[in-house]
Design a binder for this molecule. Structure first.
Ligand SMILES: Cc1ncc(COP(=O)(O)O)c(C=O)c1O
Ligand SMILES: [Zn+2]
Length: 391
């Protein structure tokens, strides 16, 4: 069976565009594009057969299916040649049962998906493997692409530079001067990216990279390019898989540029449409009070949205005032009956050391699960984490 996927406008304007075309926005309305899959073709394989295929691929040695992203290749970019996939075996990250932290928060069954256990230390690898693989396929097909470029608060540039280096594709990164931690800055430098440090914030860097990538020889790697979302969407599939295909009640995630909210929604909806799950979770997006445009929009029931000028946030990766995926994020929150919360720097500073008891050094998606039962799948692999006391 051959499966297919293409770009389409998020507002439903007519037109489908190949994933191998250099296009980031809808030519009719100027809004973002999203990747659409041929769901009818995917439905020709039964839900149980998809589950078996995905479970069989866990830990598989045949490239690239050992990757958590490419294990779901048919749902990501079905037609890409395996030899053009650029993978560091990303994904399949640990799902912690955050027992003690959950108790402190009075959340009975709290789990943390540690997406930062990855090649560059953030979930950005999941999307970047997809984007760089597609660029690699385009170059193999003869497309004259000289470089890939992104704006970043740190993690995106680290991921782009790493995957660019693995593929041998030059990378250019635009970073806000003095706003990126040394640990993140060192990664694009070490991987040979052209690092441009600008006297502006993330939003200023984003404007600069969009200008530069109007030139088609430089390909845009920020999450307004929805190829990234296709990779990140596998996080939600993986979470459900790690719960033996059960759906958590809530998924809580940090919101900056808001790519992940849309990605999570997409992953859950695909599983739902294809019959792998029969309910959807609720989604909660957490923002910093100093960079809270989505929260302010939520207070108006999403009727209004205004970009904000940000102030310094403790988690520098989410200091973003004009999130590029705002429309997709709002659609996702509305579909999942979602909520948005904000935290002050003091509250964040207070919760961080408590969470660090589980080595949670950054802001990762947190999962609450209704059933008071430990995942068999996980318990078998990490018995030392799962000696859950009887209540
Ligand atoms: C560690 C980390 N958390 C959260 C975010 C924000 O994610 P999103 O843009 O999907 O809202 C980023 C983005 O840079 C990040 O690097
Ligand atoms: Zn449109």
């Amino acid at each position: 069976m051959s499966y297919n996927a293409w770009f389409q406008c998020i507002n439903g304007c007519p037109g489908q565009y190949s994933l191998l075309e250099i296009i980031y926005r809808c030519p009719t309305c100027g809004d973002l594009l999203e990747v659409r899959h041929d769901i009818d073709a995917l439905k020709t394989r039964a839900a149980g057969a998809w589950i078996k295929l995905f479970d069989d691929r866990v830990g598989q040695n045949v490239y690239p299916y050992g990757s958590g992203v490419w294990a779901k290749k048919e749902w990501v970019v079905p037609f890409i040649d395996n030899e053009n996939v650029v993978s560091t075996c990303e994904g399949h990250t640990n799902l912690f049962w955050a027992n003690r932290y959950g108790k402190q928060l009075h959340v009975e069954d709290l789990w943390v998906k540690q997406c930062g256990n990855s090649h560059t230390g953030s979930f950005k690898d999941l999307g970047m493997t997809v984007l760089v693989s597609v660029v690699n396929q385009m170059i193999a097909n003869g497309e004259p692409i000289d470089a890939v470029a992104c704006a970043s608060t740190g993690d995106t540039s680290a991921a782009l530079a790493a995957y660019g280096a693995a593929a041998g594709i030059p990378t250019v990164v635009f970073l806000p001067r003095d706003k990126v931690s040394p640990a993140q800055l060192v990664q694009p430098l070490a991987n040979g990216a052209l690092v441009l440090s600008l006297d502006t914030d993330f939003d200023g860097c984003m404007a600069a990279v969009q200008e530069v990538t109007k030139h088609k020889h430089i390909y845009l790697a920020n999450s307004m390019n929805s190829l990234r979302i296709e990779g990140q969407k596998t996080i939600s599939i993986e979470i459900v898989q790690q719960f033996d295909w059960e759906v958590p009640d809530w998924v809580i995630l940090p919101g900056g540029n808001l790519g992940n909210v849309s990605a999570f929604g997409k992953g859950f909806l695909m599983m739902y449409d294809l019959g792998l799950i029969s309910k959807l979770p609720r989604i909660c997006v957490a923002q910093a009070e100093n960079a809270n445009p989505l929260y302010l929009s939520y207070l108006t029931n999403f009727e209004h949205f205004e970009p904000v000028t940000t102030r310094k946030t403790l988690a520098n990766a989410i200091q973003i005032g004009n999130p590029v995926s705002i429309r997709k994020a709002i659609a996702s929150l509305q579909r999942f009956n979602g909520v948005v919360e904000q935290k002050t720097r003091g509250e964040k500073g207070d919760s961080r050391p408590r969470a660090s008891g589980r080595d949670l050094d950054r802001q990762w998606p947190e999962i609450r699960r209704s059933e008071n039962r430990v995942s068999r799948w996980h318990a078998a692999r990490y018995p030392e984490h799962f000696t859950k006391p009887a209540r």
